[in-house]
Design a protein around this ligand. Structure first.
Ligand SMILES: [Cu+2]
Length: 228
């Protein structure tokens, strides 16, 4: 790409999302300059001149209307081209949930995030379920299934480096998934204006190697159970 205007992508699908973003940018930029350029040209070329009377064009005659319809058609074709390219990615990310390795419940509220790891039996309510405040740890390379829910208003779970963005709704559990390709710490932000503290509704995504991830879970368990 010409310049790097997106954060580093760290998921198996970040390249697909980026190529869609580039495609839409290039398409809209091309037509933006074409149309704005034409507009400026026409304004200059046909500006007020002495002895030439302005004509009121209402766009009702077929000769005029066909120009309107031609551009409606162009816009529809562009929409269709974007739809064609995005459907495959949309299906992969939002429609077909793949087999995943780790399940995590994400609970949003004004104005923070809690991440709940189920116990061995898959329960999120038992004493052995792990609860992490504003810190999401995941093992690198694994497919992560997140179950998103909100305690109050609509939030949005946004992992910019992963290229995952999903609204979080009160009263609903929304499934999403992602994976990671690179160990490190990354951003988690709320991307839906949700109240006074919205801009501080942040958390950290830690992508750990398998050993660090398991150690972190053991430490968290000890913290929650008084060092037992
Ligand atoms: Cu929010």
């Amino acid at each position: 790409m010409l310049f790097n205007y997106l954060p580093e992508g760290i998921s198996s699908f970040s390249g697909d999302i980026d190529s869609l973003i580039h495609f839409i940018y290039l398409l809209t930029a091309f037509f933006f300059f074409l149309f704005e350029g034409s507009l400026i040209f026409i304004i200059l070329r046909y500006r007020q001149k002495k002895g030439v009377k302005a004509e009121h064009v209402r766009g009702e005659k077929w000769a005029e209307l066909k120009w309107v319809l031609a551009f409606v058609f162009v816009i529809m074709c562009l929409d269709f081209a974007i739809d064609m390219r995005s459907t495959k990615v949309w299906d992969m990310l939002k429609v077909n949930l793949p087999a995943t390795d780790v399940d995590i419940k994400v609970v949003a509220k004004q104005f923070d995030w809690t991440f709940i790891y189920p116990d061995k039996n898959g329960s999120y309510d038992s004493a052995d379920a792990l609860s992490s405040y504003r810190e999401l740890h995941v093992p690198v390379g694994k497919k992560i299934h997140v179950i998103l829910t909100s305690k109050d208003v609509i939030h949005d779970f946004f992992l910019p480096e992963v290229r995952l963005k999903q609204d979080v709704m009160p009263g609903r559990e929304i499934n999403a998934w992602f994976d990671t390709t690179k160990v490190g710490t990354y951003h988690i932000v709320c991307n839906e204006l949700c109240g006074f503290g919205h801009t501080r509704m942040l958390a950290v995504l830690h992508v750990d190697d398998e050993k660090t991830y398991e150690n972190w879970k053991i430490q968290l368990y000890k913290q929650m159970h008084g060092g037992v």
